[in-house]
Design a protein around this ligand. Sequence first.
Ligand code: CP
Ligand code: NVA
Length: 305
Amino acid sequence: MIRHFASLSDLGPEGLMKALDAADRFSVGRGAPAAQRPLAGKSVALLFEKASTRTRISLEVAVAELGGHPVVVTAQGSQMGRGEPIRDTARVLSRMVHAITLRTFGEERLREMMQYSSVPVLNALTDESHPMQLLADLMTARRVRGALGGLKFAWLGDGNNMANSWIEAAGLLGLELVLACPEGYDPSARELLRAKERGARVSVVRQPASALEGADVVSTDVFASMGQEAEQQRRLEAFRGFMLSRELLARASKDVVVLHCLPAHRGEEIEEEVLEGPRSFVWDEAEARLHTAKAALVWAMGLDG
Ligand code: CP
Ligand code: NVA
């Protein structure tokens, strides 16, 4: 059975916590000795149909530090950008590499890659989800606050891929999560229902202030994601009042952890003073991408012992 990492649910609640523990261990003593290089002799194809800084570099460095060989492939620099079907790419790569990571548009492209690949496929962001980022966000929140249970998590802004993965995390771990999204920009109804069925306290509100009230961890993201550039102006208007400002943050717990997956648009979804302020852990969160990328890779490749 191939271990694909399409979503956090593939890990399950226990696997998710184990991955966070593994990431904590990877964060100690970078550049492990040769004996701890589980990817020695293995290659991983890192496919990008959208731009990336953190995901690309964290995965590339993670594979290298685990002793493997990363092969970065962009759509423009490969036949993918000229329309070669995902199913053909999947079968060719499966004969050459030991795992594939894919950043793409619709989730159906990731599903097609998984269906035709005979090696593990990891989701490096789709229009619908971003599970790798959630591993880093949970790792960061847990490090700062000591534990995840009993905290109030808030999401401010677009009900996008990040919001959907937060809902999935809340469902798996039984977290309290309040999302403030303008009407018309709600997260996935399916994801919300699934989290509720799993027993999590997840709700969507229209007032940023009520989501922020007493929040322990607050996350936000750009108002227009990759692929939505043409909607930028319309979205700026729809999201008026949804910027994570000092004023809004004053409603949160004094120990609040501010997260942003980055890249950030200062003055749009987050105020400069909040991003650069004392409760911002965004740089730790970015670093956590490296440690959690290692955890995700060793899990998917069955090397997690
Ligand atoms: N947070 C994140 O996924 O960043 P990149 O788009 O730079 O990979
Ligand atoms: N929601 C953003 C996340 C970027 C890491 C996007 O999809 O562009």
